[in-house]
Design a protein around this ligand. Structure first.
Ligand code: FAD
Ligand code: EPU
Length: 341
């Protein structure tokens, strides 16, 4: 059947996932224009099963995908509104997230700079409400546009309707796999203001006059921290934090504090406490511990790395070992942040 789309067969996904897992898709299509997206949506029922892929930096493939992998590659960053104090940008889903951040940093549009160097695409960013250094995309997002793949209708979700939470949104819960994000609109400030509450940022900039700090200073400092702590996925396959930081209640925390003096925790918005999963994993002896081709990164235990040639299942088994050790030692269940397919 001619779908009007360039569908390829037996397509290697090795360069399409940052874990560098050697799997393939039975069929593969890259959507590079709005027109491609419309063609795809109009035929989505007959093209099933499908999997939507951005930059592949938050996925772990266990097997070859037997259906159609849809790679979103539409590019555009456009100013859509401007006032004296703010600027609204509309960004296409396939745009590289860090290119949007760089564009804003270059033009002194404030609010997004803490999210510098997060790999992946604009369209995936709202899915898990990307966050780093005290900022989440929910803090700057106006709305998300895309196609409901059941009704084929073009819908817009306001920030509130996205049901954002820590590493979660409606697109990762109720609408998981059912919604194709095509555009994300964000509002940045033209007035200088920074989010510097994160400890490392507070230590660096806390005593400085805001006028003396440039947006480039903040972005560059975060880049420096990230490059020191996180592995370069082009050299060492990984998908960033493998698990979410877990949340526990005060009673559980008090018990753990008696036993583990150095436990790393901070108050969560819910009234509970977030525990640094990296600390839990390190305490269980996994930091740098290699089993076959897999280990936790030696500088950040929350990142699982593929030293080359690991299969998705090897990585999953390693992750399960971590989960059971952390459960036994701390009575805490670690939940993967990475999407396991
Ligand atoms: P993919 O991995 O391709 O997809 C992720 C999910 O989104 C999948 O379920 C996919 O089906 C879905 N999806 C993708 N595009 C669309 C679309 N257009 N419409 C509908 N569904 C879609 N994350 C953070 O939050 N903070 C960090 O600091 C951070 N640091 C990282 C550092 C490294 C070294 C790496 C490798 C990853 C890091 N991540 C971080 C995780 C990752 O970068 C983000 O989750 C990113 O948003 C994933 O984008 P992607 O385009 O690669 O998504
Ligand atoms: N820690 C350890 N050992 C480790 C790693 C961390 O003890 O091996 C402890 C340290 O005390 C450290 C603390 O944990 O100070 C926090 O570590 P870090 O600042 O590296 O942050 P994180 O909680 O491990 C989270 C996000 C990252 C994000 C950073 C910065 C999650 C799951 N991860 O990591 O996001 O970049 O904060 O804001 O929330 C991602 O989602 O893929 C990701 C990389």
């Amino acid at each position: 059947m001619n779908h009007g789309l360039q569908i390829q067969e037996n397509y290697s996904l090795r360069n399409y996932n940052t874990f560098n897992i050697d799997v393939s898709a039975a069929r593969f299509v890259e959507l590079i224009s709005d027109d491609d997206i419309k063609k795809f949506v109009s035929q989505v029922k007959v093209l099933q099963p499908i999997y939507i892929l951005g930059g592949g930096s938050n996925v772990l493939f266990l097997n070859d995908f037997r259906g159609l992998v849809v790679s979103i590659a539409t590019k555009r960053i456009q100013k859509i509104d401007e006032t004296e104090s703010s600027i609204d940008l509309e960004c296409a889903a396939g745009e590289t997230w860090n290119d949007v951040v760089s564009f804003c940093v270059k033009n002194n549009y404030y609010g997004i700079e803490n999210l510098v160097l997060i790999p992946g695409t604009v369209g995936a960013a709202p899915i898990q409400n990307i966050g780093a250094y005290g900022v989440e995309i929910k803090d700057i997002l106006i709305n998300v546009e895309g196609f409901d793949l059941d009704s084929k209708k073009l819908l817009t979700f306001t920030n509130k309707e996205c049901e954002f939470n820590y590493r979660s949104s409606i697109f990762k819960t109720k609408l998981n796999g059912k919604f194709l994000i095509t555009k994300v609109r964000v509002r940045l400030s033209k007035e200088k203001k920074y989010q510097l509450n994160y400890r490392a940022l507070n230590e660096k900039f806390g005593n400085q006059n805001i006028e003396s700090i440039s947006i480039q200073d903040v972005a560059n400092y975060i880049k420096q921290i990230r490059l020191e702590k996180l592995p370069d996925h082009t050299k060492l396959g990984n998908a960033g934090s493998f698990f979410k930081n877990p949340e526990i209640d005060i009673e559980h925390l008090e018990e753990l504090k008696k036993q583990f003096k150095g436990i790393v925790y901070f108050a969560a918005a819910t009234g509970n406490y977030k525990i640094a999963a990296g600390w839990l994993i390190e305490e269980c002896g996994f930091k740098g511990k290699r089993i076959g081709n897999v280990s936790c990164y030696e500088k950040q235990a929350l990142v699982i790395v593929n030293h080359g040639g690991a299969t998705g299942n090897e990585i999953k088994e390693y992750a399960e070992k971590i989960q059971s050790a952390v459960k036994d030692k701390f009575r805490i269940s670690l939940i993967p942040e990475v999407n396991i397919i």
